[in-house]
Design a protein around this ligand. Structure first.
Ligand SMILES: *Cc1c(COP(=O)(O)O)cnc(C)c1O
Length: 391
């Protein structure tokens, strides 16, 4: 019999009832160190006092009014994002997949408004993930996402990751856009080298194609810079944001240059909830804390420590782990055993990680993780590895 909750997830038998920073408390009282942060969502950990205050203050005043009216919190958050990034303008969504939908629409509208409506092809990459809407699964193209959901939205071509020849051959002055995650998340923490992102920018400049970055997972301070593309110093045309920007409250955004967004005039897009006062009050506080240069420097310092400790863990357990990869606090451990077993062993030792593609476990901890918590995380992962070796 089908359960009341549609069974599209293979859920772990854990029910968390409370969160405090990097810790989650299970219904039975066990404490888990959360190195997954709700899949890179709880950027400031659980129940951060400043976020709780921002949310409750707004909740007592005004939740929702509709985009039929001006929304002060939305305007302030947009101004903050524009001031801190390449973007000239922002549209708020409730999720990453909605950000992907708008990014695709914006690309198509851009070319149609320029009098070139046939310029629709978007070049995307194998192993990518852009969400679960019909457009987003077509954009990613993976068999496991699209099987049984056809016919798919046309207009996407998929290239192997890291194949420069295929890229050069595929991108022409008929290409509408190139869509890529600077660091693939679901695909298993596969980072695009800075030189490749720069090369991609140059290729887009040569051909006129728009460069669209999906920073839903790698953005908002995750890599130790506000956005992952900041490391390469490139200026994208459109960037998708979600996950960390709401710190746990559903919020996403599409950031764009004025030129890229030029087709998006009144009536061309909308959202009932997107950018409502409650979400934006939280997003404003997240931005205030995460975009701070001292905060980001701390993320980089702790990421360096964590990476060093993880290298030691891999060296100590070659039968369980093969390598560390990723950037900042978006780290992956390539596993020598099925990653699901490693995640489960972590559960037994009170540490939460997230499985990813390419047999990786992902470590996406709250950016507020302390040095002591990093040490505790390594102890628990070490015990989990020992547990697998003993089995
Ligand atoms: C999670 C994710 C999405 C989809 O976001 P949802 O909020 O789940 O719709 C899109 N792109 C990337 C890179 C993601 O990690």
């Amino acid at each position: 019999m089908i359960p009341p909750v549609l069974p599209t997830y293979a859920r772990a038998p854990l029910t968390f009832v409370r969160g405090e920073g990097a810790w989650l408390v299970e219904a039975d009282g066990r404490r888990f160190l959360d190195l997954g942060a709700g899949i890179a969502v709880n950027a400031l950990g659980h129940a951060h006092p400043a976020l709780v205050a921002a949310l409750t203050e707004q909740a007592g005043r005004l939740w929702h009014v509709s985009n039929l009216y001006r929304i002060a919190e939305q305007e302030q958050l947009a101004e903050k994002l524009v001031a801190a990034t390449f973007a000239d303008t922002v549209f708020f969504t409730n999720s990453g997949t909605e950000a992907a939908e708008l990014a695709i629409k914006m690309v198509r509208k851009h070319w149609s408004a320029k009098g070139d409506p046939g310029r629709t092809e978007i070049v995307a990459f194998e192993g990518s993930f852009h969400g679960r809407s019909t457009g987003a699964i077509a954009a990613a193209g993976a068999e496991k996402l699209v099987k049984g959901f056809g016919p798919l939205m046309p207009g996407f071509v998929h290239l192997p990751w890291g194949d420069h020849g295929a890229l050069k051959a595929a991108v022409s002055d008929r290409t509408a856009a190139v869509l890529i995650e600077p660091i693939q998340g679901e695909g298993g923490i596969r980072a695009l080298p800075d030189a490749c992102l720069k090369g991609l920018r140059a290729l887009c400049d040569e051909t006129g194609a728009l460069l669209v970055l999906d920073e839903v997972q790698c953005g908002m301070g995750r890599t130790g810079r506000l956005f992952a593309h900041d490391w390469a110093g490139v200026r994208p045309d459109i960037v998708m944001v979600a996950k960390g920007i709401g710190g746990g409250f559903p919020l996403g955004a599409v950031l764009a240059t004025e030129a890229a967004a030029s087709g998006m005039t009144v009536g061309t897009h909308g959202s009932t909830y997107g950018g409502n006062p409650l979400a934006c009050a939280v997003g404003l506080k997240v931005m205030e804390l995460v975009a701070d240069e001292d905060f980001l420097a701390e993320v980089r310092r702790k990421a360096g420590l964590m990476r060093q400790r993880l290298e030691g863990l891999v060296a100590a357990h070659p039968g369980v782990f093969e390598a560390v990869r990723g950037q900042g606090l978006m780290l992956g451990l390539k596993c020598a055993r099925p990653n699901a077993d490693v995640v489960a062993a972590g559960h037994a030792e009170g540490v939460l990680t997230v499985p990813g593609g390419d047999n990786v476990i992902r470590l996406l901890p709250p950016l507020t993780l302390t040095e002591a918590e990093i040490a505790e995380g390594i102890v628990r992962l070490d015990r989990a590895a020992a547990r697998l070796e003993a089995a």
